[in-house]
Write a protein that binds this ligand. Structure first.
Ligand code: HEC
Length: 400
């Protein structure tokens, strides 16, 4: 059996990405929760006079915690101040590494789909990198316009712009390539928020406190805005990161619309929890059934069109076998002839009758109900062949 070095490199980077991502998102959830649950200390009490704006008690892991947030800065800075930034940086770095290893080094199979757009590898990578930079520039510009004063409108404009990006990318990239770039655009915005806005804001706060000056509240408020944006980005990004297991999403004809719908589900759920954190669970409760409803609406919309595949002449197995031989086996074999693969991807081999029979369900999902396979349609499978495979499966997938 061949040893696939790249596979282990993927695994290593992906593992790091998940570990750091969990740490980052966990911190985001925790601090937004914390901030929204703070209660003002007793008026004119000691804490209030010391500049404490909110406090909170919690119990966890067998002990009591008392947290207090200062309106600006404490009278004296502590010797040890914990910062939260490396989880963000390493999530971005490992994510970007994965993007390069998988989608840029493997652009011809993962990023480009010639039936979508026949572009060169260089062009595809440039568009990809450009989308990351462009995404941040546009978002950051928007944050500096008066629009930022109107949270709801700002969110709506951002949502529309990102959906437009998803649509635009779906015109040049494979379904997965487009999805992962929307995820990377959002991830880049999130990490850049930490690097360019949140951290400098905090440094200014600390510097002023060290000099004994009253800090300017502006950078702190901006940092808080950006970290709230990051909080709303988390669930859509998480969906994108798992989406490549679901060819019915990125492989859909209107993949960008499916993405917009599911992203909205994530945003509604996040909004419910943020309302709950502010003690408005009752007012926000409708968001939960609404998000469920939207989820099922998207599922209904994304469901493959009900064409009756069992109609029409019987498709003999020999026909099916020949199609798979021609369109799939170059990758899905014990020893793939496609030089990009040392071993059969996902251990799916389609050389023998038994192997094909075993994979009937997944073949239906990947080839008939979506265009997820052949990857990037590199083997140029035709719609007629997909229909033949679909009919054969609907007729019971007989191999005699
Ligand atoms: C260019 C190489 C290539 C070709 C050609 C190809 N595949 Fe794949 N296939 C892959 C790769 C790579 C993966 C793993 C994708 C991933 O990482 O999610 C895969 C995954 C799969 C899976 C498993 C999906 C899952 O995640 O459960 C199935 C089933 C599959 N392919 C079927 C097919 C069929 C059927 C054909 C022919 C119509 C085909 N493939 C053609 C490269 C290819």
């Amino acid at each position: 059996m061949g040893f696939d070095v790249m596979e282990w490199i993927h695994l290593g980077i992906r593992w790091i990405h998940i570990i750091t991502g969990i740490a980052w998102i966990g911190a985001s959830f925790y601090f937004i929760w914390l901030d929204m649950n703070l209660t003002p200390p007793e008026k004119d009490g000691r804490k209030d006079k010391d500049g404490v704006g909110g406090e909170l008690w919690a119990i966890h892991g067998g002990g009591f915690y008392e947290v207090q947030k200062y309106r600006l800065a404490p009278p004296t800075l502590p010797a040890h101040l914990h910062w939260f930034k490396y989880e963000a940086y390493f999530t971005w770095i490992s994510g970007f590494a994965l993007l390069c290893v998988l989608y840029y080094f493997g652009a011809e199979i993962y990023l480009i789909d010639k039936s979508v757009a026949d572009i060169s590898t260089d062009a595809a990578i440039l568009i990809g990198l450009g989308s990351l930079v462009g995404g941040w520039v546009i978002y950051d510009f928007l944050c500096k316009t008066p629009l930022i004063q109107h949270q709801g409108v700002f969110g709506l404009v951002l949502f529309i712009l990102l959906t437009a990006a998803a649509w635009g990318l779906s015109l040049v990239f494979s379904g997965r390539g487009a999805y992962i770039h929307v995820g990377a655009i959002i991830g880049t915005i999130m990490a850049a928020n930490v690097l360019m806005i949140i951290m400098p804001g905090q440094r200014a706060l600390v510097a002023a406190a060290e000099k004994g000056e009253v800090p300017d509240p502006e950078p702190g408020l901006k940092a808080k805005q950006r970290s709230l944006h990051n909080n709303y980005f988390t669930l859509p990004v998480l969906f994108i990161m798992i989406s490549n297991h679901y060819p019915g999403t990125f492989g859909h004809e209107y993949s960008w619309l499916v993405l917009a719908g599911l992203a909205l589900v994530g945003i509604l759920v996040r909004h419910f929890f943020n309302m709950k954190n502010q003690g408005k669970a009752k007012q926000g409760f409708f968001l939960l059934p609404l998000s469920f409803l939207l989820f099922f609406l998207v599922a209904y919309f994304a469901a493959p069109k009900a064409i009756d595949l069992s109609e029409g002449p019987v498709v003999p197995f020999a026909t099916v076998h020949a199609i798979i031989e021609e369109r799939c086996v170059s990758c899905h074999a014990q020893k793939p002839s496609n030089t990009d693969f040392e071993v059969a991807p996902k251990a799916v081999k389609l050389e023998t009758v038994d192997q094909i029979k075993r994979e009937i369900n997944r073949i239906r999902q990947q080839v008939v109900e979506s265009d997820a396979m052949p990857l990037g349609n590199v083997t140029e499978m035709t719609p007629e062949e997909r229909l033949l495979l679909g009919r054969w499966i609907a007729q019971g997938g007989k191999t005699e």
